[in-house]
Design a protein around this ligand. Structure first.
Ligand code: X90
Length: 279
């Protein structure tokens, strides 16, 4: 096997076809249960469980050993991680890379710190797949994927920031505002891979208008969009319709958050990846 793509499960990709791929699960842990974010996870069941659950909950990223196992025996590995600013996944992957390359001289691992999560990671993985299938060489793919990450972004809308706040991933004062019924926190993944709140939007319609506004400000002018939602197909379809109305060549797909992103984006959450230039 020459090439392999691996990504942690914050990319929302249980399986992919066409090139060798493996998803490395994060875990969602409560006092009563552990959920492994793999293809077997019942995401809806987990979200419903958590809505009823009142105790402590948190998450755990893969350790270096889990990353090394996922590399298998590939000559060249592309490894995509959730933002290093909010998780230890990237650090684990760096340790794994060092070990793998030392144990197997000649093999190489290229790590992409997505500085993001969810649909944006998904789009980075798809781009890697495209570059591999186009028959490009390892070095060429590294250069092109680095350029691509400058042109892909993430905008989100969250109805609750409770799990983010409880786990120290966002300022508690910001979380309180978004906890108000009907208010959505609309924001982006910042350049350093943190949540950057932009609007406190009242109601779904307003949130969707604010999402579109942000996308245009960041340079969206038609092209690929991937809308991942946590039990909110309705809002995802509305965003899709609005984009198609405003941009003749909008290429908009809808998908679902898996375990990790569902835990943090919570019920109603939208995470939208989009391209701003042909890359
Ligand atoms: O290592 C771990 O346990 C995982 C920690 C992950 C913490 C944050 C996940 C956020 C996912 C929130 C929506 C917007 C994300 C923006 C990313 C910069 C979902």
């Amino acid at each position: 096997m020459k090439f392999k793509i691996v990504a942690d499960s914050a990319a929302d990709i249980p399986v992919i076809s066409g090139v060798p791929f493996e998803s490395v699960p994060l875990k969602i842990v409560t006092d009563v249960k552990e959920y492994v974010d793999d293809a077997a996870l019942n995401v809806t069941g987990m979200v419903e469980d958590l809505l009823k659950y009142r105790g402590k909950s948190g998450t755990a990223c893969p350790g270096p050993g889990e990353w090394v196992t996922s590399f298998g025996d590939a000559e060249y590995v592309f490894c995509v991680t959730i933002t290093s600013n909010l998780s230890g996944s990237y650090n684990s992957a760096c340790v794994a890379k060092e070990q793998y390359e030392n144990e197997h001289p000649g093999r190489k691992v290229y790590i992409v710190d997505s500085l993001s999560a969810g649909a944006e990671m998904y789009m980075i993985v798809e781009k890697l797949q495209e570059l591999i299938l186009a028959g490009k060489e390892f070095d060429e793919i590294c250069t092109e994927i680095a350029a691509y990450t400058d042109n892909v972004h993430l905008v989100f809308s969250l109805e609750s920031l409770q799990n983010l706040a409880n786990n120290g991933r966002i300022n508690p004062a910001v979380a309180k505002i978004a906890g108000v019924l009907g208010i959505r926190m609309v924001g982006i993944a910042s350049d350093v891979g943190t949540l950057q709140p932009m609007y406190k939007s009242r109601g779904e319609k307003k949130a969707i208008a604010d999402i579109l506004k942000i996308m245009k400000e960041l340079g969206y002018a038609g092209g690929r969009v991937l809308i991942h939602n946590c039990l909110n197909d309705h809002a995802a379809k509305e965003v899709q319709a609005e984009l198609k109305k405003q941009f003749a060549d909008a290429d908009v797909r809808i998908g679902k958050t898996t375990g990790l992103c569902s835990f943090y984006a919570e019920k109603g959450g939208l995470m939208i990846g989009f391209e701003t230039a042909k890359a």
